[in-house]
Design a protein around this ligand. Sequence first.
Ligand SMILES: [Zn+2]
Ligand SMILES: [Zn+2]
Length: 339
Amino acid sequence: MPATAPRPESWIRTTPSGLYCEPGDFHVDPVQPVARAVITHGHSDHARPGHERVLATQETIAIMRHRYGEDAGRSLQAARYGEEVRVGEVSVRLLPAGHILGSAQAVIDYRGSRVVVSGDYKRRPDPTCAGFEVQSCDLFITEATFGLPVFRHPPDSHEIEKLLHSVRLYPERCHLVGVYALGKCQRLIALLREAGYDEPIYLHGALIGLTELYQSFGIALGPLLPCTGLTQEAFRGRIVLAPPAALADRWTRRLPDPVTALASGWMRVKQRAKARGIELPLVISDHADWDELTRTLDEVGAAEIWVTHGREEALVHYGTSRGLKARALALSGFGEEEE
Ligand SMILES: [Zn+2]
Ligand SMILES: [Zn+2]
């Protein structure tokens, strides 16, 4: 940052609506309706309805339209990854965050001073979205959903193999896997395909719309079938995906002796899996684990970090120990997606 550049805290700050960029006069992922919003991705805690003007990737806008219809925003402006958009006195670029389809970091430049708002992100490859791009900056504003050293996610292939092993072991049972409707569902399907599983995968009705949206953006997911109108017999040896909230529904009675699984970073916490009656926990997360978070802080090279939400303290401590200025924002309104 040139010596004459303004310090980031003089032009970006938190308000009750969320992060606010003063010279651009916009909020990033505001939790209340605002005049102008930059939206990092389509999860409902980041992309809320009712803003006047929205700037986001084309995919995020499609997701918001799908979910909110007219309420997605009065004017919706799509930016390609890397495209520079002038907003007030600042320039905004959206760069891939590797979290879900269309997810972006917001890179904001103002008079030689650069702030990056990460949104939610992960660093490991995901066949359903563009990979995280490191952007050097003066202030990095990061999530910390899994910001504790105990959170180390295993390789995805390891978790997928656990599922496929169980499917081979119990050919007479059905495998019912809980997945969030946006992101996790499509990623789990794509990971199964990468592992060579080419059987039809059955989808709960609540997962179909967003899965079709992914396909409309060219994400190949192989043969998928709805669960409707099938006998118990038809589900033997099959994999059925459903939203986590539907795992204990009456709906599951149509399935033959299901092995209940759940794909979530939280499955690393054994008590959580147990409390929810999950027989087969799959640690598959769309958020950076501790190693990914700390590696990212090292790579972006910011002198200052702010931590928006999640387990903030340990990451703040890590930053401080590295000689950075670090601060927990404790933004409210963010958390586990769609739960
Ligand atoms: Zn998210
Ligand atoms: Zn989030």
